[in-house]
Design a protein around this ligand. Structure first.
Ligand SMILES: Nc1ncnc2c1ncn2[C@@H]1O[C@H](COP(=O)(O)OP(=O)(O)OP(=O)(O)O)[C@@H](O)[C@H]1O
Ligand SMILES: [Mg+2]
Length: 306
């Protein structure tokens, strides 16, 4: 199957002004995004996400390596026709209105006539900016400007969306709108590649994730596979716990912590879960829950990206 986006050994080094020292912003980044999937690109500040994205869309030249969009070398006119791009901090000429700016972007993408007008209005509505459609951009808030940037990225109905921190600057409702929009695009068969620091969004939205660390891929894979099997820890919740039971648990290295009227024990592995349950029954306590404690993407991120 053709990848919607492929990065092959992308590298970028910058020279620092005055000192001339080299900054290795991206050392060796390869990944592949399948058509129709939502792909999360995460990593700490300065990991090289924006630099990688800029190389893909042609804002900077790679020191070496290549990128392909639907198997066409990128950046090129042909490849970029199928891409909608939202930069990290969209700069929009402040004297234009959202209508004028999005219309300009639509024209640059080759749209025209009645179809152009219809699309501009529809997309401004979709990003929730209808009320401010004719207000100059300089009078808009950061989050509103972000929404106009999104409208510009979407107006030509691209097959691949490349979004550099699309949720930044948005309020909770705005963030939910963007999450819905990403899922709607996927439902329409589109591919979405986005960078973010909001790991809960990655966990709920993405099929796959790539974690960058100091310009290199630290970890990549399906969210489900990365998180499943990463931990065999279970949480056993008990009620009617006596001091004798607590002491018996402590002797087995199973510390019970209070949680409201219950006591909760972290048990590593099946044997430990069995021990807790048997001790609980032997002491007349009630087992009210056994839940596998899955590692979150945030915990994985802290372990692998920092
Ligand atoms: N034009 C430039 N000149 C010199 N160094 C640069 C330039 N652009 C980026 N860098 C450096 O490259 C590294 C990666 O930066 P980049 O903006 O790609 O990180 P990022 O992962 O997008 O971070 P953030 O999460 O903060 O957006 C940083 O050390 C940054 O200082
Ligand atoms: Mg960035």
């Amino acid at each position: 199957m053709t990848a919607a986006l492929a990065a092959e050994h992308l590298k970028k080094s910058f020279r620092k002004p005055f000192t001339g020292a080299r900054v290795e912003a991206v050392r060796d980044v390869s990944f592949s995004v399948e058509a129709g999937e939502v792909f999360g690109f995460v990593g700490p500040n300065g990991a090289g996400k924006t630099t990688t994205i800029k190389m893909i869309v042609g804002l900077i030249f790679p020191t070496s390596g290549t990128a392909r969009v639907f198997d066409v070398a990128a950046p090129s006119r042909e490849a970029m026709k199928r891409v909608g791009f939202l930069p990290e901090s969209p700069y929009i000429y402040p004297y234009l209105t959202p209508r004028e700016f999005v219309t300009m972007c639509a024209r640059l993408s080759g749209l025209g006539g009645a179809e152009l007008q219809r699309r501009v209005i529809a997309i401004i509505e979709r990003v929730g900016m209808s009320d401010a459609v004719d207000r100059p951009v300089r009078a808009l808030s950061k989050g509103m400007t972000q929404r106009v940037g999104l409208a510009a990225a979407l107006v030509h109905d691209p097959d691949l969306l490349i979004l550099d921190e699309p949720m930044s600057g948005l309020d909770p409702v705005g963030r939910k709108d963007v999450r819905d929009l990403i899922l709607e695009e996927r439902a329409r068969g589109k591919t979405v590649f986005f960078s973010t620091h909001i790991l809960s969004d990655v966990e709920t939205l993405c099929d796959r994730v790539c974690i960058l660390r100091k310009g290199e891929v630290a970890l990549a894979g399906r969210i489900g596979e990365l998180l499943d099997g990463s931990s065999t820890l279970s949480e056993v919740a008990l009620q009617d716990v006596t001091e004798a039971l607590k002491a018996a648990l402590a002797r087995e290295d199973l510390a019970a912590r209070p949680m409201g009227p219950r006591w909760v024990i972290d048990a590593e592995g099946d044997a430990a879960v069995r021990d807790v349950v048997e001790l609980a029954y032997a002491h007349g306590a009630k087992v009210v829950g056994i839940a596998p404690k899955r590692e979150t993407l945030e915990q994985l991120f802290v372990k692998r990206a920092l």
